[in-house]
Design a protein around this ligand. Structure first.
Ligand code: GAL
Length: 425
């Protein structure tokens, strides 16, 4: 954590105490009264897909048990990775119409929302709730921006997972590929049989960037990949060229309707035994679970074993939230053991807290918990951790163009330029 000066600390304390006083001032209606909801809580997120919605509802249930007379307004804006939600949120924050709490990725994404101006710092809440001891160190570091905590994490997700249809692999006597060379061999077999080797849904504009960040990790390793975002690896590096060439080679193995499908629509190909593999974050595990589908296997994206491409969903509270007291209580529920144990098995993520019971989680999530504890952790760029939003957006746009144009040299130059122009922000 960056050290704060005494002045900064007192300014922050005054700000937080006035917020807490405001928050404490709103009366919590008593459960015994049994009356209709008297206060509200508007929660803003992009969780509408299978698994996402179930997880969020489970968290709402925990909140309702503790605060039965608060009416929750589920303000969702659909679109994976916050594609549409983030823009709506920005407009609401700058327009003076903030929700009470909103979904925020841990990491540099918070820069987009000008936290010093629009968000409540949460350092005191971390101290009073013991949150600074509840989460792993790597995550606590990621959660700090300009010396403050701005969100309370609900989970940890892994982006570099390759999901596969177990039956299709067994029927064809194939093993899930551990390297890209193995991948292309297996893919040729599936293709010859009319099975889509790699299922992709890229309708929302973030999915190509997601796939490519996992390929970058496979070619550059944990340190090399981290270096792309902190300046110690050059984007002109020949390994970036190799990663682009690998990505380009994947395209002919993908379903032709990829640009018409969202990530979850694409996953249906796996359930229908029409597609063999899919690269996606472990919200796919939540989606499979919501469909009661158990025919899937998993492993790290080829070449990324031992590396955990991580992101975390947190909730933040804007300054001037209408229902500040309810919002602070929401953050307490989000960060609590009960909240995380209810939410994560459905969401397909591992708890951010270290004291949750693994027995509540399915086999995939238990394996993810073990990997998190031993793997090298790297930050996801598409999901807010590695770079400021402006850079992440340009990166995504460049990768979308690459999928259609396939120009390796031009793409690498564009990526270099994006880093030059945005890395110092
Ligand atoms: C990520 C988010 C996940 C999941 C996914 C797809 O950015 O962190 O919780 O919702 O998008 O929407």
């Amino acid at each position: 954590m960056r050290k704060l000066g005494v002045g900064a600390i007192s300014v922050f304390l005054v700000l937080f105490l006035s917020f807490a006083a405001y928050a404490g001032g709103a009366k919590e209606p008593s459960a015994a009264a049994g009356a209709a909801p008297q206060t509200k809580l508007e929660i803003f997120s992009w969780w509408t897909a299978g698994g996402e919605a179930e997880g969020l509802n489970a968290l709402y249930d925990v909140y309702h048990k503790q605060y039965p007379n608060v009416e929750i307004i589920n303000a969702t804006v659909a679109g994976g990775a916050g594609t549409n939600a983030k823009a709506v949120l920005s407009t609401r924050l700058t327009g003076g119409d903030p929700p009470d709490a909103f979904q925020l990725h841990a990491g540099l994404e918070v820069e987009k929302y000008e936290p010093a101006r629009y968000l409540e710092p949460l350092d005191s809440l971390y101290a009073s709730e013991g949150l600074d001891k509840a989460f792993p160190k790597d995550l606590l570091t990621l959660l700090q921006y300009k010396g403050h905590y701005w969100g309370v994490p609900a989970n940890i997700h892994r982006a570099n997972v390759m999901w596969y249809n177990k039956k299709l692999f067994a029927d064809n006597n194939l093993k899930p590929p551990k390297t890209w060379d193995e991948f292309f061999k297996v893919a040729d077999v599936f293709k010859a049989k009319g099975i889509i080797p790699l299922v992709v849904g890229a309708k929302e504009g973030w999915e190509a960037g997601h796939t490519f960040e996992t390929i970058l990790i496979s070619v550059l390793g944990a340190d090399g990949y981290r270096g792309l975002w902190n300046g110690s690896t050059k984007w002109a590096d020949s390994r970036v060229t190799k990663a682009l060439e690998t990505f380009k080679k994947l395209v002919p193995y993908v379903n032709t309707d990829y640009s018409a499908l969202t990530w979850d629509q694409a996953l249906q190909y796996l359930i229908d035994n029409k597609g063999a593999m899919h690269i996606m974050g472990d919200w796919a595990d939540g989606w499979f679970t919501s469909k009661s589908y158990t025919g899937y296997g998993w492993q790290p994206v080829p070449g990324t074993a031992g590396i955990y491409d991580a992101l975390s969903d947190s909730f933040a509270v804007p300054k001037g939230a209408r229902d500040g007291a309810n919002a602070v209580n929401w953050l307490k529920v989000v960060g609590s053991k009960a909240g995380q144990e209810a939410f994560n098995p459905k969401k397909g993520s591992i708890p951010a807290r270290t004291d949750c019971s693994p027995a509540l989680f399915n086999a995939y999530l238990q394996s993810a918990m073990k990997d998190w504890a031993s793997d090298a952790i790297v930050p996801s760029v598409v999901h807010g951790a590695a770079a400021v939003e402006k850079w992440a957006t340009i990166y995504k746009d460049i990768m979308n163009t690459f999928v259609t144009k396939g120009d390796v040299a031009a793409t690498q130059m564009a990526l270099e330029q994006a880093a030059r122009e945005n890395s110092g922000v």
